[in-house]
Design a protein around this ligand. Structure first.
Ligand SMILES: [Ca+2]
Length: 120
């Protein structure tokens, strides 16, 4: 669980951010930097087995950075940051459903930062 958040526990970790970035790119099929309604529904179906309801979409629209093209990457990360701080197990379940492993990602991040520091 703690791998999802920074050591301070007040923000999502680099490993979590790396997975969210991959998820966003994967579902942003037309690569316009936004998750449209249909792209969001493909994401919801892949994680929860059903598209978002109109009410859920309206809540996302009300609370996160969303414009006429859809939810921005910043908005998508905000959404997950909020969910992860309150219900980390749901985030882990979503990652698992999509085939991502936070432990592997965290290990990869450690390796990357280790390489960076060894060259400096
Ligand atoms: Ca898109």
């Amino acid at each position: 669980m703690e791998l999802l958040l920074t050591a301070e526990g007040d923000d999502i970790s680099d490993a979590c951010l790396a997975i969210l970035d991959k998820i966003f790119v994967r579902f942003d099929v037309d690569k316009d930097g936004h998750l449209s309604r249909s792209e969001l529904n493909a994401f919801a179906t892949a994680t929860n087995g059903a598209p978002f309801t109109d009410q859920e979409l309206a809540e996302i629209d009300d609370n996160f950075d969303m414009d006429e093209q859809g939810l921005t990457k910043g908005g998508f990360i905000q959404l997950y940051a909020l969910q992860t701080s309150s219900e980390p197990e749901v985030t882990l379940k979503d990652f698992k459903a999509l085939g991502y492993d936070i432990e592997k990602e965290a290990a990869a991040e450690d390796k990357t930062s280790g390489e960076k520091s060894s060259t400096s």
